[in-house]
Design a protein around this ligand. Structure first.
Ligand SMILES: *Cc1c(COP(=O)(O)O)cnc(C)c1O
Length: 403
């Protein structure tokens, strides 16, 4: 019978959690206001097709981000697909591999080949210096990802895009409410796309938004997300159904009203992790620039096995055995998943920083669903597992991991 850390007397008998602690448990704002809004939707009988709540949600996002146009979508992946299509990207588009698979799939879905670029080992974002060698005569764009809400090196990307006449898009799924060099993320490049998926700190159940200062592009995107309809019985171009519905917008608006609270809680959680992890050698919390606005929705640790004596994957399994569902974002990297993996077999050799990070990074639970006690326990488990006292890491692993 395998035992959990919490059952091992030597570790002081930590209680097992009654509930699993996930990364990305949803933040939920005022239930009362949400239900009132949903009631109003039902009374109005205007459930979708650019309803008043979607319009309000779009205006709120545009003003929060300081951008001219916001087009809400059913999710960020479809939002990316529409933005990519509206920018007329084709051939090849350069993206980081160290991202959620949707960044790559949004391109491949429409027959555009994602060309994977390595990331900067410190920022975890696409490394502008590695882009130029990847540019071919088929390249039409670059799509950066503001990973963990930390802005890409926007100036360098803009400069490359300008020099080679490429379009520049950003997958800003992590970066709603974040700034880069004092400017809110959302107004960079040709367009940026936010996600309001349930796992993101501000959610609309499912949802996304394309933001841009380009009025022509915004117009095109509006048509595209509604089948290309410019009027009743009049279709101007190819389109898709990318519309957000009113219930999602009700949730989105309700979330928006609480985002300052959500961020404050995330900051509190982050500070507690920072303090409690500070005396655990080899478990390094990634930093956010205090000069920038940040949503702090990701608590990311880098596991230095040469110091901890235990690798990230073992640590991950120990946490899961303790019902702490930490995540190995973004292991193993998009280039190691299909359909990309078979196509580019030796890609891993080129993406050394991506490979390195994908083997070391762990995302820990945060948000409103977690309290001080839970964070302390998570840190205690990390402490025990990495500096395991009388028990060697190998023994601990054998004891804890049935998996
Ligand atoms: C969440 C996420 C997406 C996809 O967002 P959906 O709204 O779920 O479609 C895309 N890219 C990144 C980096 C993400 O984290």
């Amino acid at each position: 019978m395998k035992k959990k850390i919490s059952e091992l007397a030597i570790f002081g008998g930590l209680p097992t959690f009654s509930e699993k602690l996930h990364v990305g448990r949803p933040n939920i704002g005022s239930r009362q206001i949400l239900l009132q809004r949903i009631n109003d939707v039902l009374d109005r009988k205007w459930l979708t097709n650019n309803g008043p709540l979607v319009q309000e949600f779009e205006q709120e996002i545009a003003s929060l981000v300081g951008v001219k146009h916001c087009i809400a979508t059913c999710n960020a992946t479809v939002g990316l697909q529409i933005a990519i299509k509206a920018c007329e990207l084709k051939g090849e588009v350069i993206i980081p591999s160290f991202t959620f698979i949707a960044t790559a799939h949004a391109l491949q879905w429409q027959g555009i080949e994602p060309i994977f670029c390595d990331v900067d080992p410190h920022t975890h974002n696409i490394d502008p210096q590695k882009i130029e060698p990847l540019i071919t005569d088929k390249t039409t764009g670059i799509m950066g990802v503001h990973l963990w809400g930390r802005g890409c090196n926007v100036e360098a990307l803009q400069e490359i895009a300008r020099r080679y006449s490429l379009k520049l898009l950003f997958d800003a799924a992590h970066a709603f409410g974040c700034s880069y060099r004092g400017q809110m993320i959302g107004s960079f490049g040709n367009a940026e796309v936010f996600s309001f998926h349930a796992t993101k700190f501000c959610n609309s159940f499912e949802g996304g938004a394309i933001v841009t200062n380009d009025s022509e592009l915004a117009k095109k995107i509006r048509l595209m997300k509604n089948f290309g309809f410019s009027d009743f019985d009049c279709v101007d171009d190819i389109g898709i159904n990318g519309k957000m519905n009113e219930v999602s917008a009700a949730m989105g608006l309700t979330s928006l009203e609480s985002i300052d609270d959500f961020i404050d809680i995330n900051i509190e959680n982050y500070k507690q992790y920072q303090q409690e992890l500070s005396n655990i050698p080899g478990v390094n919390l990634i930093a956010y620039d205090k000069k920038e606005r940040c949503n702090y929705q990701y608590v990311i640790v880098d596991i230095d096995e040469s110091i901890t004596g235990i690798d990230r994957d073992k640590l991950y399994r120990i946490l899961w055995a303790e019902n702490i569902l930490a995540r190995r974002y973004f292991y193993p990297g998009c280039h190691q998943m299909e359909p990309y993996r078979s196509r580019i077999a030796d890609m891993g050799l080129m993406l050394t920083n991506t490979r390195h990070l994908a083997a070391r990074i762990l995302a820990l639970p945060t948000g409103t669903a977690i309290g001080k006690r839970e964070i302390s326990k998570i840190c205690q488990i990390l402490r025990l597992a990495t500096t395991g006292g009388k028990i060697t890491n190998e023994m601990l692993y054998q004891n804890v991991c049935a998996c």
